[in-house]
Every structure is written in C-alpha cells, then in structure tokens.
Design a binder for this molecule. Structure first.
Ligand code: GLY
Length: 310
C-alpha cells in the first residue's frame, strides 16, 4: 500500500498577509504526519501528529490560534476516527487545552463514549494528566482583533464571512491500508457560548472507514451538519464516485441545500486523494511517495520534493 497523508488549514477567505503562513504551515504538518507513515506508523498516529502541529501553529483556527466566542473566550471542538474499527473520540466546547485532538484520541482510547463536552471534557483531561494551559496562551492578537471588529455594529460582512470558516484536519492511509481522520477547530468567530459545531459530530466533522475512505471537512459548521458532509461524501464513494467527484457532489449539495461553503480532504482505500473546496480558498497539502502537493486558490496544484524543507 502506498501511504498518503492530506491536510487542510481551513476553508474561507485568507487575508493576503497570511497566505504564506497558511501555506507553509500545512506543508510542514503534511511532512510531519507523513514521516510517521514512512516509518511504518499508523494512519491514526499520523493524522494526530499533523493536526497537533496545526493546533500549535497560531496561523490557524484551532488550538493556539482559535477564534473567540461572543464573550471573547476560547471553546474548541475536535474529533478522531479509526477506519479499521470505526472507533471514534471527540471533545466539544473544551477550554484550556493546547491540543484538543489529543484529548479526542484519549476519549477514543480510554472511554466507552464517543464525545465528552465542556466541563466534563475538562475533568476527563485532568484525570488523564493533560496539562491545563492559561486561556491567554490560546489567544493571538489577531484573534482578539477579529473578535472586537465583529462585535462592532458596523462589522464588515467580508470579515464576518471569514469568521464562518477555519478548522484544521487530516486524513491518511498507512502501509497496512488502515485509514484515519482527525479534525480540530476553534469553531465560528463570535459564536454563542456553548455552541458545538460539526467538528465534534461523527459523520459531519470527520468519518473514516477502511472499506470506503476518510474525510475531514472545514467550513460553515451548521451547513456541514445539515448535510452530514463527511458521511455524504463517503456515501457517494460507496456508489462508485471517485474521492474528487464525491467531494464536489457533496459540497455542491451543501451549497444548494444548506447555503454553506466549505472544503474537504478525502482519501480512498487505494490511497487516491482529493482536496476540494467551494469557499474562495483553502490551504491544503498532500504527501505521497517522494512528492508534496499543495495549493490554496481554486485550481492551484503545486508540487515539490518531500525533502524540500520550504
Ligand atoms: N467547521 C467548524 C465549525 O463551524 O465549527
């Protein structure tokens, strides 16, 4: 089996001055996750590593770059899913955690549940020895500036549209043919306190099944939930569509039926992959064989050697 790892850094409209940051971060995370696959590691380890790197990068709406809720606080959602066993773990509205994706994995590995939320997720994190971090360490100046701007009565609708997007995620197939996905997000800018989006919901913010493939979505969470985007794509693949065609079909349904924009990274069991979006932009990168593929604007597809560190 030819292993592959595909990551995204969120669908939306990326300000010009952040385009390079956004592109270099996904390339670096794809390389980081792929190194695990090259060493014979599991798809689950690879997607968690890639998403952890993206959470630790303040350029993205996840972990330390999360957008703020209406009260100016950070509440994050994350999910992982193992395509071999259909095991899954998720956390929602979790606070003071640097890497929600790792907590989601602990939910999968250490509990009989699929999702823990808010204070309960926090208590579980403490019981697992996960270090609590001050909320300030998860808030960037950029996130605070956008929060303030969007509270203003004359908030710019373009900026507001950007707030509907974000999220980071990864899908992978390992040398044994096992498939996994992981997704993590700060959610929607100025969301209500306690709002849970697609990312924590199985079949919406992620799904992995060794017999069909895996998907990690990004975009307008409420719209993603209305069409159960990840599972809808896999349904189209079960009906014989390619990863790319299935992704496009489901994104079109999400736009026409739920009025939402977004993007996805998708793999099938043969290691064929797609990075597709209906939003203006989505930073993505895919590592396979000796090549790193990447892009950000519609139709863009650049390649470089996997060993090129830039
Ligand atoms: N897709 C991320 C969110 O809406 O929360």
């Amino acid at each position: 089996m030819l292993p592959v790892l595909v990551v995204h850094g969120g669908a939306g409209l990326i300000p010009k001055e952040r385009v390079e940051l956004s592109s270099s971060g996904v390339r670096s995370a794809a390389r980081g996750g792929y190194t695990i696959l090259q060493g014979g590691g599991s798809a689950m380890d690879a997607v968690v590593e890639a998403v952890t790197q993206l959470e630790n990068n303040p350029a993205y709406n996840a972990g330390c770059g999360s957008v703020l809720n209406v009260k100016g606080e950070v509440e994050m959602d994350a999910i992982v899913m193992d395509g071999k066993t259909l095991a899954s773990g998720a956390v929602s509205a979790v606070r003071n955690i640097a890497n929600p994706v790792q907590l989601a994995r602990l939910v999968m590995d250490k509990t009989s549940h699929l999702c823990l939320t808010a204070q309960g997720a926090g208590q579980f994190a403490r019981a697992m020895g996960v270090i609590e971090v001050p909320e300030e360490s998860l808030i960037t100046d950029y996130a605070r500036m956008r929060w303030k701007k969007n509270l203003a009565p004359d908030a710019n609708p373009v900026e507001s549209q950007m707030g509907k997007m974000g999220t980071v995620g990864a899908v992978a197939v390992d040398v044994e043919g096992n498939i996994a996905c992981a997704t993590s997000t700060g959610g929607m800018l100025n969301k209500m306190e306690g709002r849970v989006g697609d990312t924590a919901c199985i079949g919406c913010g992620g799904y992995a099944d060794n017999t069909v493939g895996a998907v990690s979505p990004t975009g307008h969470g409420e719209a993603i939930m209305k069409v159960t985007l990840a599972r809808l794509i896999l349904f189209h693949m079960e009906q014989g569509q390619s990863a790319e065609a299935a992704s496009d079909l489901a994104l079109a349904t999400m736009k026409s039926r739920a009025g939402g924009l977004g993007g996805v990274v998708t793999v099938d069991p043969q290691g064929r992959w797609a990075a597709r979006f209906s939003s203006r932009q989505m930073s993505w990168a895919a590592a396979q064989k000796d090549t790193l593929h990447y892009g950000l604007n519609a139709g863009e597809h650049f390649t470089q050697s996997i060993d090129d560190p830039h």
